[in-house]
Design a protein around this ligand. Structure first.
Ligand SMILES: [Zn+2]
Length: 205
């Protein structure tokens, strides 16, 4: 519609975000148009700051504004354990449980040969380098309890076990198929405490 281009463009940008349909995008756009200019300015600044000031930790690859991140540089963390997760938001979920005091490694994805996603598309080479350089006794595979997460965990175990490092899988008290973010702190905390030994396997093509 003529005279509506800036509005249309904001609706379009919102509608590209996950979980936001056209209706919600319009609602957010009109809400912001009714807000004070200062509030909108603060939101725009927060968006830009989050994007420009956040980087990946050069050790664990979690998002952070300090490198190494506060977890990697905390002398009270147990450096003999590395918990491997798919996404930065999974670190947040596990930290909230207060049941885990080791380090992390964020893969930023999964191994899924049928989708063309291989080892080099995620931070597996970086994890293997870390394991070669650091004194790690246990790797806790906390990828999601779904097909891709399980394939990735089995594959990682196959790569890591020959290095003489114990591999465990966090055991979920919930049905197979979901992602970590759907579970509450208590469930995730129990799953970490009840982790089990895992035997490695090559992913099927
Ligand atoms: Zn880190």
């Amino acid at each position: 519609m003529k005279g509506q281009e800036p509005i249309e463009s904001l609706v379009y940008e919102f509608s590209r975000l996950p979980g936001i349909g056209r209706k919600s995008a319009e609602r957010l756009t009109y809400y912001l148009l009714d807000e004070d200019e200062e509030r909108v300015e603060a939101l725009a600044q927060a968006l830009i700051r989050a994007k420009t000031e956040t980087k990946k930790c050069s050790s664990c690859y979690n998002y952070t504004d300090q490198d190494p991140c506060p977890i990697c540089s905390n002398p009270h963390r147990d450096r003999t354990k590395i918990c491997v997760v798919e996404q930065p938001k999974d670190v947040f979920v596990i930290e909230k449980t207060r049941k885990y005091h080791g380090l992390y490694h964020v893969l930023h994805g999964v191994v899924a040969p049928q989708k063309g996603l291989g080892v080099k598309d995620i931070t597996i080479p970086e994890l293997l380098t870390r394991l070669g350089e650091e004194d790690v006794e246990e790797v806790i595979l906390a990828t999601n309890p779904n097909q891709d997460g399980q394939t990735t965990a089995l594959y990682l175990a196959q790569l890591i076990q020959p290095m003489g490092i114990r591999c465990t899988r966090i055991s979920y008290g919930l049905p197979f198929g979901g992602g970590m973010e759907y579970y509450d702190s208590l469930t995730v905390g129990t799953a970490i405490e009840n982790r089990v030994e895992i035997q490695g396997k090559t992913p099927e093509e």
